[in-house]
Write a protein that binds this ligand. Sequence first.
Ligand code: CA
Length: 224
Amino acid sequence: MTHSILVVEDEVKLAQFIELELKYEGYQVSVANDGLTGLTAARESHPDLVILDWMLPGISGLEICRRLRTTGDKVPIILLTAKDEVSDRVAGLDAGADDYVVKPFSVEELLARVRAHLRRNQEDDPNILQFSDLSLNRSTREVYRGNRLIELTAKEFDLLEYLLTHPRQVLTRDQILERVWGYDFMGDSNIIEVYVRYLRLKLEADGEKRLVQTVRGVGYVLRE
Ligand code: CA
């Protein structure tokens, strides 16, 4: 799943450095160099996470945080701050930031925080089903294996969604047929084998390990 991250930082070189590092990790990145542009970008482009410098020309990072939270925006926000007084940290968290990183910071530390907050946010989203490196978004109907977007037909998607809602549970052929094709399905029940084969071809196109396993004489299970 490709996540989008907004970086609001007025030190142009630092902003570029963070942008490059995030892009290298596979994130989609946009950058704003002042407070107002940053606030507008956060409201209009709905990023999955915001990295926000505290001291910005125009509107401060703290104020951006407050304004986003006032309008109910729950995007994870990591504050970058050169201030490292305890009271300043408390002010940042009071304003609605989820985390803060004190400058100068190591890029590994920032990336670790980014990963942690994106993961937490994703676990809270009931539209996203995950298993191993597989993720399926019910609202956008996008499926990813790691960072690879996988194109599925409607039935392949339904089949995978059903498996993902019952990880590690053996689903019988009858259960799959009823749930994915409907009670009144009159066709050949080999249809399941055919679709499982299509699904595996797509899920394993880059040589990834098999996740949809056959349970001989019974049905299928999503298992590593
Ligand atoms: Ca600054």
